[in-house]
Design a protein around this ligand. Structure first.
Ligand SMILES: Cc1ncc(COP(=O)(O)O)c(C=O)c1O
Length: 491
């Protein structure tokens, strides 16, 4: 490793000496500086050039293989794949370093809402950057966090008055679990017996240890069982099973945690109508809290701002992330009621404080992006414009039913899962379909053999048609290839 010192000039602050790590002696140490402008402050970047930066595509691909470890990825296979290096985005399109364009069929992992590089959100972030990029919420506060909290409370189901920020869906769920647990402990007496959580079979609430404890996807979670706290598992969509668990463990349950309406990572499992309302009533009857994890379903994906609205349900905790910043920056929020909030009040020496908080909790840039996101929802009538697109998507998906190996097609709003039937796990048929889709100009990502589609809400009608055409052609191409592990299971 070679270290080079460069001088970065920012006139307002004088010259700042910065030590830059140059990864290998063979790589050129920057000798020239190119001027770039930023918010009125001139900055000289080392060897900056617009676009891809210091390395060309081949360099980047090999450096990725040498240094990166990608999430939810078997790196052994990754090394053999020629993966696009995404360089820019424009509305529903992602563009790679070769200039190839792809429809973003999964909203960059379920979070983009209004398309890439939306001018209003770009400007909001840049404006905030001209003020301050980050300031802590521990012992200080700032306008974007305050204004966003107010707006979220206005939009959220009734009764959710308090907003606690963090930075991912996992932490939003983790926080709800910890708050629910601590609330009951602090109530004392019989209430302190409420230490258990009920989650749904096949649940997914994130990757931190608490959120994994309430998870139920064996492939992701079983390895960690010895580290996890024990939870009760209810059959999704079956109110009688939920009632049985709450009755058998009467007075022991701190909270039921669930994704309302659709269990996304479980493979887009859609619950029957009324199930969410039934669970709310059962929680009320048995005195347990209801935690609704709207990390995936929130911000319009089901056709309403929040999935809970479809059944007129107000949970005790609402977990938000992903679409909160329209897919721009990491920000999450756990909303709760005054009742829960008041359960934490007391003199300091009573130690009822919620001792939890992350460094980037309530980051101002992210809050500014989230506020802009919510303004765009309003100003561009996003949810109204979405309704005909939801209809169209349903219609287009019906055409896929006739394809060989396509089983159930599940959908709620803009959340879709197309089940591929009859393949060995080793065939990785869902993955094969996504590779075919990539060749045809769409980015999609499967959950096992479920092909997921979740385009940005702003996708235009012709792009939506094209996305479904590509998906159909990719399923046909991938499932037709009768080679090796890709062969279908014998009937
Ligand atoms: C319902 C749900 N909860 C939590 C999470 C975790 O979110 P993150 O990946 O931001 O930690 C996800 C991610 O897909 C999710 O779908």
């Amino acid at each position: 490793m070679v270290f080079a010192q460069t001088i970065v000039e920012a006139p307002k602050y004088g010259a700042i000496r910065r030590t830059a790590a140059i990864s290998a002696p063979s790589e050129p140490v920057p000798t020239t500086n190119t001027r770039s402008g930023s918010g009125g402050i001139s900055v000289f970047h080392d060897n900056y050039r617009p676009g891809i930066g210091r390395f060309d595509r081949t360099d980047l691909a090999s450096l990725d293989r040498r240094h990166l470890w990608h999430p939810f990825t078997q790196q052994q296979g990754w090394i053999d794949e020629d993966t696009p290096i995404i360089e820019s985005g424009d509305r529903s399109t992602l563009i790679d370093s070769e200039g190839r364009e792809y429809i973003d069929g999964i909203s960059s992992l379920w979070c983009n809402v209004h398309g890439h590089r939306h001018p209003a959100i770009d400007i909001a972030i840049k404006d905030q950057l001209d003020k301050v990029a980050h300031s802590t919420m521990l012992g200080l506060t700032h306008a974007p966090a305050i204004e966003l909290a107010r707006r979220l409370v206005e939009l959220a189901p009734d009764g959710l008055q308090r907003v606690f920020y963090s930075d991912s869906g996992s932490t939003a769920a983790e926080i709800a679990l910890k708050m629910a647990f601590q609330y009951w402990q602090q109530q004392g007496g019989d209430a302190a017996r409420r230490t258990r959580f009920i989650a749904l079979r096949d649940a997914y609430h994130g990757d931190t240890i608490g959120s994994v404890s309430v998870g139920g996807i064996d492939l992701f979670h079983s390895m960690y069982r010895p580290l996890l706290f024990d939870t009760l598992k209810a059959e999704p969509g079956d109110a009688a099973d939920m009632e049985r668990l709450l009755s058998e463990h009467d007075g022991e349950v701190a909270a039921v945690i669930m994704e309302p309406l659709v269990q996304g990572a479980a493979g887009m499992i859609v619950h029957p109508a009324g199930y969410l309302r039934d669970v709310r009533e059962l929680c009320d009857r048995h005195g347990a809290f209801l935690i609704c994890d709207e990390v995936a379903t929130g911000f319009g994906r089901t056709g309403r701002m929040f999935a809970c609205e479809h059944e007129g349900v107000s949970p005790d905790f609402l977990c938000l992330a992903k679409g909160l910043t329209a897919g721009y920056l990491p920000l999450a929020a756990t909303l709760t009621t005054e009742r829960v909030y008041e359960g934490f009040l007391g003199r300091f020496e009573e130690f009822r404080t919620f001792f939890h908080g992350h460094t980037y909790t309530g980051n101002p840039l992210a809050c500014a992006a989230a506020l802009a996101n919510l303004r765009v929802f309003e100003q561009q009538s996003t949810l109204e414009l979405l309704q005909p697109k939801i209809e169209l998507l349903g219609e287009l998906l019906r055409g896929l039913r006739a394809l060989p190996h396509v089983g159930e097609i599940r959908r709620r709003g803009f959340m879709c899962g197309i089940e591929l039937e009859g393949f060995q796990p080793s065939a990785r048929m869902g993955h094969q379909v996504t590779l075919e889709a990539r060749r045809r100009g769409a980015i999609i990502r499967p959950l096992g053999d479920v092909v997921v589609l979740m385009p940005p809400l702003s996708i235009e009608e012709p792009e939506l048609r094209r996305l479904i055409e590509i998906t159909a052609a990719s399923i046909e191409a991938a499932t037709a290839a009768p080679v090796g592990a890709r062969a279908p299971l014998a009937a």
